[in-house]
Every structure is written in C-alpha cells, then in structure tokens.
Design a protein around this ligand. Sequence first.
Ligand SMILES: Nc1ncnc2c1ncn2[C@@H]1O[C@H](COP(=O)(O)OP(=O)(O)OP(=O)(O)O)[C@@H](O)[C@H]1O
Ligand SMILES: [Mg+2]
Length: 471
Amino acid sequence: MPAEKILLVDDEKLVRWSLRERLTSEGFEVDEAENLAAAERRMAADFYDLVLLDHRLPDGSGLDRIAPIARDFPESAVIMLTAYGTVEGAVRAIKAGANDYLTKPIDGDALVAVVRRVLETTQLRRELRRLKEDQKKVHGPANLVGRSPAMRAVFDVVSKVAGSAASTVLLTGESGSGKDVVAKAIHYASDRADRPFMNITCTAVPATLLESELFGHERGAFTDARVGKKGLLELADGGTAFLDEIGDMPPPLQAKLLRFLEDKSFKRVGGTRDIQVDVRIIAATNRDLAEAVRTKQFREDLYYRINVVPIALPPLRDRKGDVPLLAQHFVLHFNREFKKNVEGFSRRALAALERYGWPGNVREMRNVVERMMILEPSGTLHLEDLPSEIRGEPGAASETERAFRLPPGGVELEEVERTLVRQALTRADGNRTHAARLLGVSRDTLRYKLKKFGLAGSASGPEPDQVEPGA
Ligand SMILES: Nc1ncnc2c1ncn2[C@@H]1O[C@H](COP(=O)(O)OP(=O)(O)OP(=O)(O)O)[C@@H](O)[C@H]1O
Ligand SMILES: [Mg+2]
C-alpha cells in the first residue's frame, strides 16, 4: 500500500519541520505549504488523504477554509491546528467540517494518535461507500432477468414503485420465483438505497421472539431482556424492511403490524414511548393470502393494507420464454464465479430446459446450471449433461414410475415416506419451505410428518429455515 499523503499548512517553519520529522518517521509522505494560497496550489495538483491546517495564516483564517475544502475535496480529511486551545475554536472547527483538532504546542504522540484515528475513520467511510455502490450493482434491477410479457410487467411495476413514495408492497409467487430478488431490486433502485435493507423470515423466528425482533424491546421487558434492543423496523429507518413469509405471522403480531402501517409509529416490547420511523415494508408470501383471509388465518384489514401494490411473480413454467435467457444468465454468472469458460447450451439441451416444468422455479434452474458447470470446464453444455429428470425422454415412463419400482417383496410405505422426507430436507439445506415444495405438500403437512417421524430436531433433519441477516 502506498504511504498516505499529508499536507502540512502552517506559516512557522519550525512547527512544519518538527511535525514533518515525526510524521515521516511514522511512514507518512508529507508536503508543506506556508500559507493558504500555497495549500490551494498543492491540493489542486495532488491528492492528500489528510490536511493539517493551522488556524491563523498570513493570508487568511484556516478555520474559514475548512468548509470549502470539505466541499471541494470530500475525500480529504482535515485536522485543525489551534494555537489557543480554546474550546470554542475547536468546536467551530468541528462544526465547519474538520474531522478533529490538535492544540498547540503539539505533542508528537498525540499528533500520531489523532492522525491515525482520523485516517482510519475516513478509510472506513470510503470502504463503506464503495460496498454500498457494489451492493447497488449486485442487487439492483439490472440483476433481474426476463423478457416475457409477464416479467416485463413486473419490471415496470418495480421501477414505478422504486421511484414512488409507496410505503408497502406485497410480493407473491411460488418458492424460487424471485421474490427476494425483486424485493432487493426495489430497494436498491429507490432513493432508500443508501439506507439499510433489513430482512426477516417470519417463520424462522419463534413466534414468542418475533415481536421483539421486529419492534425491539426495552430493558427488563421479559426475563432475558437484560439490555434494551432496537428491532428490525428501527434498524431499517430510512430504508426497507422485507418481511418474508408474512402469511405465517401470528395474529397478535398482525394486529401490531397493522397499527404500525397506519401510524408509522410503534412501541418497543415493554416500552411506553412511541417510536417514529420511515420504513418501506415489502412483504412476501408463497401462500394464497386471500384464501388465508377466508379461513381467518390472516387479518382481512392487514391484507388490504399491504395489498396496495401487489406484485405477482409468475411460476417459471408460465414464462417459458425466459428460460433460454435465464440459462445463459446463470452460465455467465458461474463462469465468473468459477473462473470457467462455458459458452452455453446446445440446441437440444435448451429445448429440454424449455420443456421441463421447473417446480422449483428459477432457483431450481440456478442450481441445475451450477451443478453442471462444476463438472464442465468449458465448451458447450449438451443434452447428455443435463440431470435425467430434465432430459426426460418424451414417451418414456413418467418420472415417478422410473424413479420408484416396487421391489418383489413389497415395501414399508411409511419407511419410504420417511426416507423421502429426509432426502427433501437435505436437498433443501434444511429449509422447510423448500423441502415441502419438493414433496408437493404444505408446510403444515411437512411439520406434521417431521414430528411423526421424529425428524423435527434431529441432526439428519436440520433446523428450520435459517434467519437471513439483512443484506
Ligand atoms: N428474474 C430473475 N432474474 C435473475 N435471477 C433470478 C430471477 N428470479 C429468481 N432468480 C434467482 O433465483 C433464486 C431464487 O429466487 P428468490 O430467492 O428470489 O426466490 P423466492 O421467490 O424468494 O423463493 P422463496 O419463496 O423460496 O423464498 C435467486 O437467488 C436468483 O438467483
Ligand atoms: Mg424468498
């Protein structure tokens, strides 16, 4: 790493000399300027990580230069040198935008400590800014692939919502159809992009903890609450909160969420103070919420409140036109990730991809392409490289018939079921929603079966859906 550059602006030669000695011995590169005019010339010609700026200079006040420097050179930090040691001067310097100040006579150790701290802070800020820019690129709308009319309609709503003040969005669609991707695209395309995107999966947190996860709690609110804690909504202030699997939110919480959506304020668990936040709520579910309303599992008023801007993601089988585009998108993606050079799919392989029903939607396709590309170093992916269920020779026995043959001695049906449930959990990495989908049953049915087969908490039946930390 090149040495960090510091510009020393002071009219006293002796001060410059002693500061320079010390800073150079610490490995910094130091330039000098004896007045403001010289400092400006230097800054116009060269980038400085840090400017040490004297208060009184022959051609003007250093204090008055802080604000213009902060404006014109936002990447350069400023430390004010003040001869008088008055608190007032220091306060004015900080208010004008200086990162810190030092009082003369300057102690060498204090100088190095303050310089290092300021440089570290500005470095961290710069990194954070860069990370945020990367996030925008990785998760922004450019990352959404599709050209089918259905997806074009989705993109259209996404860009309209992102640019609007709409405070709630409801995403529906089967597992793997792109709800997470769309939620992030909305956030990163909006003017909330520099603020947090926080996400919580309602089913991944025990019902008893969900309220405090969402709304936070005060100290002493319950037995384990030794310290107060901010909830997801407070942490997401100014940004977006993504509430996944909202259909499974317990009814008392549904009521509290509704109150929040109407007032934009809430109380922490065990608290009395109203807390105001500005958060866009994106809710998602793969359940039929209207049906859940009919069966009284979901509050009707909340349903209408979050259904203001509904976005329904069609299953992949209903937008076959997107299949070649997505396939190529994932090939490029994994070429980058695995440093490979695969060109794409042969015509026959593509035809098979388009024929296949994709019960796991885009996620399944991503996994299939990933698996194929781990094995294939370069060139073209052929029909023979595809997993057998996708190759699916037309006219042959159904997939089920091919996969399962009754042995001559018969089977224990429960044992077969138990084995399949366990396999589904493993393949879904323990995510019960995905596992249920693989088995074609509801989450409730799966939960019941896990209990029945004693797989609920065992090592082979991993824990429920993981909590996904905010991006
Ligand atoms: N339109 C799309 N363009 C590019 N990639 C997509 C698209 N839709 C989905 N994907 C990919 O598919 C994967 C699964 O999508 P996502 O996680 O958004 O599904 P989901 O609807 O949230 O599923 P679940 O209900 O299981 O949470 C994503 O990681 C992403 O790689
Ligand atoms: Mg999801």
